[in-house]
Each structure stands twice: as C-alpha cells, then as structure tokens.
Ligand binder design. Structure first.
Ligand code: ADP
Ligand code: MG
Length: 341
C-alpha cells in the first residue's frame, strides 16, 4: 500500500478574537512519522481536527497526496484517527468496534470479519474479539482504538495524545509499539503530544508549536541540541540560557546568547576544550539517575544535572558551598542573532 504526503498550507483558525492557528504551514513526507509537540492550548488539536475535517479552517488549504481536502467531508478523507479518550462504542464487542469502519464502507461481512481479526492480531489482541470493551484495561482499549484506525488501511493516521491516559510504564511501552506499527504499515502519521520525551522517542521529525504557530520543524536531535528559539530550548529539557560571558572558563562575547543543557555539566573537567561555570549551591535534589543542582552565579540561576554514577560529593554539598562544573565546549549552542530576542 502506498502512503501519501500531507501539505498544510497557511492554515488559519480564529475563535472570536482568539487566534488558535496563525498561518501554519507544514509539509509531511509520505510514510513519515511527524509529531506536533507543544504546551496545552498551542493549537495542536485544532490543526489535527482541521486535517480530519471536523474543524473548518478560516483560511489556507490542506492537501493529502494530490488531493485538496480542505472542503472534503471527514469520511471521504481516508484518514485513520485515534484520540486520547478512545471513542470506542462501549456497548459493542471488541470485534464489532474494529469492524465498524468496514461496515460504514459496505464491506462484505466475511471480509470485514477477516480484516478485523487481522487488525486485532497486528495490535496483539488475538482472541479478544468477543470481549466487552468494559472488560478491558486502558492499554487494551487503546489497542482496540488503534486496530479500528488501521483496519480500513488508511493512507494517513492522526493520533491526538493517544497515550496520555495510561500510566508511565505502559505509556513508554506503547510508544515503541505504535512506532513499530507505523514502521510495519508505513502510513504517514501525525502524532500529537505535549510530552517532549514522547516526541523525541517516537518521531522522524518534530514540529514544536506555541500559541498557534510552529516554532521549529526538525529531527529530534536538531530540536534538542540546536533549538532555534528560547521557547524550544526550554520546552525540550533543562536548558541554561546565558550571555556568553557568564562562563569562568571558555567565555564568549557578552553579546552572544548561548544555551547549554543541564546534563552537559560534570564536576570534573573534560579531556578536550572546556567551558566552566562557578557559583554557589542554592538547592539540590536526588532524582535517581542524576543529581539536580541549582546554582546561583551572579544574578542568575543555573541547573547542573550530574549523573548519579559520577556524582561523588553531591551528597555532602550544602547550600552556599562554592561549586564549579565543566562541560565540553562543543555542547555550547549559540543562538542565531534574530532568534535570541
Ligand atoms: P492543544 O491541543 O494544543 O492543547 P487546542 O487546539 O485544543 O490546543 O486549542 C487551541 C486554543 O484554541 C485554546 O486556547 C482553546 O481554548 C481554543 N479553542 C479550541 N477549540 C475552541 C472552540 N471550539 N471554541 C473556542 N476556542 C477554542
Ligand atoms: Mg489537544
């Protein structure tokens, strides 16, 4: 089965005088797994609903493959959708839920049955067809929702926070499962989450959204290590954003705005070229795999995240102690001038 590219072109959506989507453009390649990542209210669901056909954009257009779908009815867009709240029919069996999209498409009963069984097998629910939805766990229900979304072999999949109701371990397991399902089927997928780690784990590319705009579209590695804006830097992890002259070693011009991740720091100097920051401990916390040290340097607060395996001495640190941490110089990311405002 061939998958299709998606083209989102200058989409605008206004509610009253609130701009939910402000001129959003995005090209998704055929077979790509792209994640819309952003805080609550940034417009992720609105964009997904516009693609699905449940929200009519005020301006702009949407293409799936060669087809302009901007004004096409939802059921004619050939899109599989999975929501956070499953949207399963509670009074139907698992199998009837999965067969439902095929019944809508007037597929013969025997064939629908066979295809629904195959979809259930894909999501590792062989033998669950006769169960009631009410008798399933949250993770199993989400698998049924996945099976229902893929059963009619859509060429595009949209998923809106499908894992956010699950607990952490199951969520992390399902991240791999969904990515594997995508890789097996090759369906172009747009996935929505507000969880940056989930986006990093699953995606070919991430589009970071804030206040109805896309801030950056890039691979997980680029987004994390070379954020284009302070918003992206801070949303993606523990970022220290400082003027270049804040460092006690390896300083840059004060006019440079630089970013360095908390986990780049160590309590001993690295082998190659290094930068260093010196300050006084304000607070510390043990987090299992690391120690988080909050340090005051001049007027600023910086964060050091020291891996627990190399944190000898952290236990004994008391507030007020002077502390110096080093990082490899190439971990320093200098913002482009226009982005540092
Ligand atoms: P996200 O999915 O990123 O959390 P949404 O796309 O749901 O964000 O919402 C973006 C903004 O648009 C929010 O401020 C939300 O309150 C507003 N919004 C969404 N749908 C409607 C609606 N039907 N009427 C009014 N405002 C809406
Ligand atoms: Mg949402």
């Amino acid at each position: 089965m061939t998958s299709l590219p998606i083209s989102i072109n200058r989409i605008r959506k206004v509610y009253g005088n609130y701009i939910a989507l402000d001129d959003v453009s995005l090209e998704i390649r055929a077979g790509e797994f792209l994640t819309l990542l952003g805080p609550s209210g940034s417009g992720k669901t609105t964009l997904l609903m516009a693609l699905a056909g449940f929200t009519r954009p005020d301006d702009g257009n949407l293409r799936i493959g060669e087809r302009d779908v901007t004004r096409l009815a939802p059921n004619r867009r050939d899109i599989g959708i999975v929501f956070q709240n499953y949207a399963l029919f509670p009074h139907m069996s698992v199998l009837a839920n999965v067969e439902y999209p095929l019944r809508l498409r007037k597929i013969r009963k025997a064939e629908a049955h066979e295809r629904a069984q195959a979809a259930l097998s894909r999501v590792k629910l062989d033998g669950y067809g006769d169960r009631d939805i009410a008798a399933l766990s949250g993770g199993q229900r989400q698998r049924v929702a996945l099976a229902r979304a893929i059963v009619f072999e859509p060429r595009v999949m949209l998923m809106d926070e499908p894992l956010s109701a699950l607990d952490k371990n199951l969520r992390e397991h399902m991240q791999f499962e969904i990515r594997k399902l995508h890789d097996d089927l090759g369906i172009t997928t747009i996935y929505v989450t507000h969880d940056q780690r989930e986006a990093l784990t699953m995606s070919d590319r991430i589009a970071v959204m804030n206040a109805g705009r896309i801030q950056q579209i890039d691979t997980p590695d680029e987004i994390y290590h070379r954020p284009r804006t302070q918003f992206v830097a801070e949303f993606m992890g523990e970022a220290n954003i400082l003027p270049g002259d804040a460092f006690s070693e390896g300083a840059r011009p004060a006019s440079d705005m630089v970013m360095i991740r908390a986990e780049s720091f160590h309590l001993e100097p690295p082998a190659g070229e290094a930068i260093a920051l010196t300050g006084r401990l304000a607070a510390k916390a043990f987090r299992g795999e690391n120690w988080l040290l909050q340090v005051t340097t001049g007027e600023r607060q910086v964060l050091f995240s020291i891996p627990a395996t190399r944190a000898a001495g952290c236990e004994a640190l008391t507030p007020g102690s002077e502390i110096t941490a080093w990082a490899a110089r190439d971990h320093l990311h200098v913002f482009a001038r226009e982005a540092a405002t």
